[in-house]
Design a protein around this ligand. Structure first.
Ligand SMILES: Nc1nc2c(ncn2[C@@H]2O[C@H](COP(=O)(O)OP(=O)(O)OP(=O)(O)O)[C@@H](O)[C@H]2O)c(=O)[nH]1
Length: 316
């Protein structure tokens, strides 16, 4: 990685913000990770795991692209859904370019149209279509999908349609570079916005909560898809540790809506919760680079998805 000093950067340097939107599961987090080159956003095979705006930062010698990973844009159903959509709208009005992600292996549907309609209200912000997961289709299918995407852009975005259409496979690393180049075209001339080496500005607490939530949902997603919230209460560096072997103590609560869900999270004889602790700890140790002691408590918070006070307390 090239060291960049905010006061001393190459002439013509560009820096700015981009955001990926698309239906749940469209591949936004995976693309963010592929661009940044390290696991930052949380990916999963089930929709709507990304609740927070997590930024990945792409550092290159001549530009810096700050990615804002938004939750799946969708029609609001619960209050939580409404908050997510507000978050998406606020985020999108502040970025330099939007990447609309649509998976190559799924037909363009009403969900895509709904999202592009929302994007058409953004005014001057350019929208680039990113056709994701191209490794899952053959050339012919890809061609058909690209034409459909073009048609959608022309119909909904008016005269110009999408600013560009780029096929990409984040999983195979195919065309990831092109996505970076196309998005960078729309960034303003600017000094670097973040120091080199910084990959995300999301507070550690939120990243850790996401890692615990991801571990907790493993194996029980069908039973608890949206009923789980994780709050990290405390992160402390353990005192009296040798300098070459630091340890971090982390205390977190897992909130579910019903006692039956608490039983699922804890599992028979505590087996599920033990597994959650082990999986989450391994990932948190990678994130922090220290050994971790993880204390997890499960609590029932009824109907938290619909209660504004609870939502505020849980950080939404
Ligand atoms: N084959 C293939 N699978 C992919 C690719 N990109 C993402 N996926 C898979 O698609 C699923 C969803 O990917 P995510 O990156 O979590 O999707 P997302 O849009 O961030 O999802 P939400 O957080 O629900 O909005 C995961 O199982 C990924 O492994 C790709 O390029 N090729």
């Amino acid at each position: 990685m090239t060291e960049l000093d905010p006061h001393n950067y190459p002439e013509g340097f560009k820096a700015g913000f981009a955001s990926f939107v698309g239906r749940p599961n469209a591949g936004k987090s995976t693309l963010t990770n592929a661009l940044v080159g390290q696991k930052i956003a949380i990916t999963s095979s089930k929709p709507q795991t990304t609740r927070h705006t997590i930024r990945g930062i792409v550092h290159r010698p001549d530009h810096q692209l700050v990615l804002v990973d938004t939750p799946g844009l969708h029609r609001p159903r619960t209050l939580l859904g409404q908050r997510l959509n507000d978050l998406v709208a606020t985020t999108l009005s502040e970025v330099d370019v939007v990447g609309f992600c649509t998976p190559a292996d799924e037909p363009i549907g009403p969900g895509d149209r709904f999202i592009v309609e929302q994007l058409s209200r953004l005014g001057r912000t350019p929208v680039v279509a990113l056709v994701t997961k191209t490794d899952k289709v053959n050339h012919e299918q890809l061609g058909t999908h690209l034409l459909e995407v073009e048609k959608l852009g022309d119909e909904v975005l008016g005269g110009q349609g999408f600013a560009a259409i780029v096929p990409v496979s984040a999983l195979k690393g195919h065309q990831v570079q092109s996505v970076d180049e196309v998005l960078t075209k729309y960034l303003p001339d600017s000094p670097p916005l973040y120091p080199a080496g910084e990959l995300t500005d999301e507070p550690e607490m939120v990243l850790i909560a996401e890692l615990i939530r991801e571990a907790a949902l493993e194996g029980v997603r069908d039973e608890l898809p949206h009923s789980l919230a994780v709050v990290v209460e405390e992160i402390n560096a353990r005192e009296d540790r040798p300098a070459d072997s630091p340890m971090t103590d982390i205390y977190a609560f897992l909130y579910v809506e019903r006692p039956s869900q608490k039983a699922i999270i804890i599992g028979k004889g505590g087996a599920h919760l033990r597994g959650v602790g082990q999986r989450a700890r391994a990932n948190i140790e990678k994130l922090l680079g220290t050994k971790v002691y993880l204390d997890l408590r499960v609590k029932v918070a009824k109907e938290w998805q619909r209660d504004p006070k609870q939502l505020g307390r849980l950080g939404f």
